[in-house]
Unconditional design. Structure first.
Lengths: 465, 123
């Protein structure tokens, strides 16, 4: 059944949510000629202009918005545009809101989607609502939470291609999301396409934000037989599923359960879903549920080990830049924790490394409003100005992290310096032999050239000043 | 409300002469509502739909700096093998330029000024 061409208008003051929603629904709709076009508006005033211009078939609105709230907007819609179907998409749910929805002729009431599946459910429900001629006039509220399963009629009416279902799941599903619905989206929406004769190779996709574990859970719930071929940076292999149970897996050098764990742990890469051919041998006899739980446990352990390594790396005097690949929040915590415990040391180091006491000064740091120098072991070597060291270390860690992202993407090597220019401020973060300097001047420009010159002349920052 | 892609494309088009500079490899623009497009040398402009694309990640730096009371409009990341220049304007977004070498100071200032002008003039 074809998707009816129409326009859906989403009204919400949360711009990021709207942008995310538009992108996610855009991926779901794809380039289907009859797919609904998604229009967004951050406020009711713009929304009314858009309604006049675009004549959307459904308006989906948030309730809590500044100036004109969702219910005022709904009342206005009921009066001026009674044919438009009204849907509420809100972050909260209460009996009071339910009652007001009913009073204002709201056709559907959803809570904001927290998972990919919830998003998909909303999409499917909206498609069904869009095509339902009985609901062109205000109707009693039909409350539907985002996680609920659409009716079989809705599912039948709104089949979408497998790859797109995976893409939307990938965009939204947080790691570890479980798809506990007894009737999976994959089973109802996707499976007939998998078995279509005109797709002899099956379906493929990119593991950009979905993980293999989630994909396998969906396949298990679909209760079908297929071969999931996965290739990532570090390994590649196949997982054989027969009637929703993993019966065999193989990688380049592993077979059986251990191969499944390797493949489930792949973060980046590609997958392909091929038609099922029985493997030469069955190597897995434990239940798939057990394997998935065990895989999750192993991944947790690995994550813990990584964090432990992270802390060791910092305390064993290795460069902060080389460890910036680790997650920022944990790094920040470790660095800040160290800074706090080193407060006494910091005060001492100020005494011993004060610019006026160091001979051959290349540059007088007291010209600057704020300065902090971190040695390669993360210890504060020098600080000056009214700054909170923990906050500044936090910022240095963040900049390190970003510079690592730049290197990962563009292979530009290590950060030499970052220049920060504002209306009334100039700042410089410079790195030299694992030492880091952060200097900030407000009101007057930073003497950048002299500062960089001073850094360049010396091997490390802590000897420079 | 105009399609956010329109503004992004206008700005990217205005930035495209930068790609004639042999040192500049890529330009990008990330709008306030995080619609991001980029263009590499000798290639067409393309949207970056992944939520975690590098230009979005770098644009986030401005908001983090703001939290640290370092509200800024320009950032220049100088690495061993190249530079990234970011220029931001409230209500518009962030222009990004990737250079394969370290750009001389005067040229860098010209690029920053051109980006500021583009952001100021584009409606």
């Amino acid at each position: 059944m074809e998707i009816v061409a129409s326009k859906w208008l989403f009204v919400d003051d949360d711009v990021r949510f709207l942008s995310h929603l538009k992108e996610s629904l855009g991926l779901l709709c794809g380039k289907h000629p009859n797919a609904p076009s998604i229009i967004i508006s951050e406020n009711v005033a713009d929304a009314l202009l858009l309604i006049q211009r675009e004549s959307p078939s459904i308006v989906i609105t948030d309730i809590q918005m500044p100036q004109v709230d969702g219910f005022q907007f709904l009342r206005l819609l009921s009066t001026k545009y009674p044919k438009i179907k009204k849907v509420v998409l809100t972050g909260q749910s209460s009996t009071q809101i339910d009652g007001l929805c009913q009073k204002n002729g709201v056709a559907r009431h959803f809570t904001k989607p927290a998972t990919a599946k919830a998003m998909l459910d909303i999409f499917i429900s909206l498609l069904a609502l869009d095509k339902d001629p009985k609901q062109t006039l205000p109707t009693p509220e039909i409350k539907q939470t985002a996680g609920s399963v659409p009716t079989p009629q809705e599912q039948e009416a709104n089949r979408i291609p497998f790859k797109k279902a995976i893409r939307i799941t990938g965009k939204l599903a947080p790691r570890g999301t479980s798809f506990s619905s007894p009737s999976s989206v994959l089973d109802d929406v996707v499976t007939p396409k998998i078995q279509a004769a005109d797709h002899p190779k099956g379906f493929s996709g990119v593991l950009d934000q979905i993980n293999i574990s989630e994909l396998v859970q969906m396949l298990v719930l679909s209760n079908k037989s297929s071969i999931l071929e996965v290739s990532g940076d570090h390994d590649q292999g196949k997982i054989y599923l027969e009637h929703g149970q993993i019966i065999h897996a193989e990688t380049k050098d592993q077979v059986g359960e251990s191969a499944v764990y390797v493949l489930l742990n792949l973060q980046d890469g590609q997958f392909e879903l091929a038609h099922f051919n029985p493997p030469n041998q069955k190597t897995i006899f434990t239940t798939t549920q057990h394997i998935l739980i065990e895989a999750a446990r192993l991944m947790d352990e690995q994550e813990r080990d990584k964090n432990h390594f992270n802390k060791e790396a910092l305390t064993s005097k290795t460069s902060r830049i080389t460890t910036a690949k680790q997650t920022l929040t944990k790094r920040q915590y470790v660095i800040i924790e160290e800074a706090v415990t080193q407060e006494v040391y910091v005060e001492e180091s100020i005494e011993t490394n004060h610019p006026s006491t160091v001979s051959n000064n290349a540059f007088d740091l007291q010209h600057l409003d704020e300065v902090i120098i971190l040695a390669k072991d993360g210890k504060i070597q020098y600080k000056h100005g009214s700054l909170d060291p923990a906050q500044r270390i936090d910022l240095i860690a963040f900049i390190d992290f970003k510079s690592q992202q730049i290197h990962d993407q563009f292979q530009l090597g290590s950060l030499y310096h970052l220049q920060i220019i504002g209306e009334n401020l100039e700042a410089l973060m410079a790195c030299k032999d694992d030492d880091t300097l952060l200097a900030i001047n407000t009101q007057r420009p930073l003497p950048m050239k002299q500062l960089l010159g001073a850094i360049n002349k010396n091997l490390c920052l802590t000897q420079t000043f | 409300m105009p399609d956010p892609n329109l503004l992004v494309l206008k700005i990217l088009e205005a930035m495209s002469p930068f790609l004639k500079n042999p040192q500049i490899l890529e330009i990008a623009f990330c709008s306030e509502n995080r619609v991001t497009w980029h263009q590499k040398k000798n290639e067409a402009a393309k949207p970056l739909t992944k939520l975690d694309n590098i230009w979005r990640k770098l644009s986030d730096t401005f908001s983090v700096l703001k939290l640290h009371k370092l509200e800024s409009k320009q950032l220049v990341w100088t690495h061993d093998h190249g530079q990234i220049i970011l220029v931001r304007k409230d209500g518009k977004g962030v222009c990004g330029i990737l250079s394969q070498n370290i750009i001389a100071d005067t040229e860098l200032q010209q690029i920053q000024k051109s980006c500021t002008d583009i952001l100021d003039l584009t409606k």
